[in-house]
Design a protein around this ligand. Structure first.
Ligand code: FES
Ligand code: FES
Length: 168
């Protein structure tokens, strides 16, 4: 396979010389200095390395860079546009959904794909969209709250004991 590939990253075209075993995560962090994509488990378990490839969330630690030939990749560095934070980023700040921040780029990008496809998701749909993004700090409630807020919604009131959470 030709080792030179063109990949569109954050709306810019890059021509890159790649090694056959190089992951997209290493390409972003080591070769391009885009360290917003976090390196966690490197075995596809934590979601810290999530990026968007052709409109779908993808684990960059499990994706060979060469496989991204001709594809459109969005990382956290490309989430703000024209100098403005994405509403998900604004709501994450407003709702205090960031503690250590290690999981934040990953779940923000998973949530972006959700809202791009479903602008008014239920809480269950939010939970499902970020189910691959492990957060050890927040307990998820503020993350869920901030995603719903970016969609113009709020968390449902807690269900009375013995009942499951209502859908929103
Ligand atoms: S670093 Fe990729 S899933 Fe954990
Ligand atoms: S904010 Fe620390 S892992 Fe999520």
């Amino acid at each position: 396979m030709d080792k030179t590939v063109r990949i569109n990253i954050n709306r810019e075209s890059y021509e890159l010389e790649l090694e056959p075993n190089q992951t997209l995560l290493d390409l972003l962090r080591e070769q391009l200095g885009m360290t917003g994509t976090k390196k966690g488990c490197e075995i596809g378990a934590c979601g810290a390395c999530t990026v968007i490839i052709d409109g779908e969330p993808a684990l960059s630690c499990m994706t060979l860079a060469l496989r991204c030939r001709g594809k459109e990749v969005i990382t956290i560095e490309g989430m703000a546009e024209n100098g403005r934070l994405h509403p998900l980023q604004e709501m994450a700040i407003e709702h205090g959904a960031v503690q250590c921040g290690y999981c934040t780029p990953g779940w923000l990008l998973s949530a972006k794909v959700l809202l791009d496809n479903n602008p008014s998701p239920t809480l269950d749909e939010v939970r499902s969209a970020i189910s691959g993004n492990i957060c050890r700090c927040t307990g998820y409630q503020k993350i869920e709250e901030s995603i719903l807020a970016a969609a113009g919604r709020s968390l449902p009131a807690p269900a009375p004991e013995g009942e499951s959470s209502p859908r929103v």
